[in-house]
Design a binder for this molecule. Sequence first.
Ligand SMILES: [Zn+2]
Length: 197
Amino acid sequence: MLEGTGILAPVSLCLLLTTVPVTAQPTDSGPEQVELNGVVYDVPPPWLGNRIEEAADPAELAKVPGELTGELAIYVTSETRDAVVAMAAAAREQGIRLEVDSGFRSYGFQKRVLEGLLARGRPFLNAVRWTAPPGYSEHITGRALDFVPSDADFKDTPAYQWLKRHAVGFCFTESYPLGNAGGFDWEPWHWRYDDCE
Ligand SMILES: [Zn+2]
């Protein structure tokens, strides 16, 4: 390992400088990276290219009424709050209960969730399958909601069937439906409000 030091060193250095391709440098991995627990990771698909530029102003968020959230204090934009209240009332008239267990989540909150998973030993690429990297979750907009139960079982509930038929009338869209073009895993519990007037 020590051979080549001394007299040969200038030649070796010259070769290194002229033959290492730029693309082999680990720092040349593109602008979409996140720092978690002090480690910088490249953002992988399907999140890559889908960073959310619109973040809600926490000072302007509105609390979702307790009858829709139970014990949880959940905040969304005021338009989203009004829309989900109206939608839940319409569902209730047809015997369907819509319950919310997540709304606005800040960049810092999303970062802490992911850092917690990594600290417990989850590999990064596994953890980001269902937990968006900070800055990539629609929850930062204050217009995304998760309904209860916020897991795959939601697809088998009457609430999901009701939403599939009626949510569009209240300007809600299933963000990551089965077989979505973006390649995201199916999240039947996750819906987004858009101003559709
Ligand atoms: Zn969600």
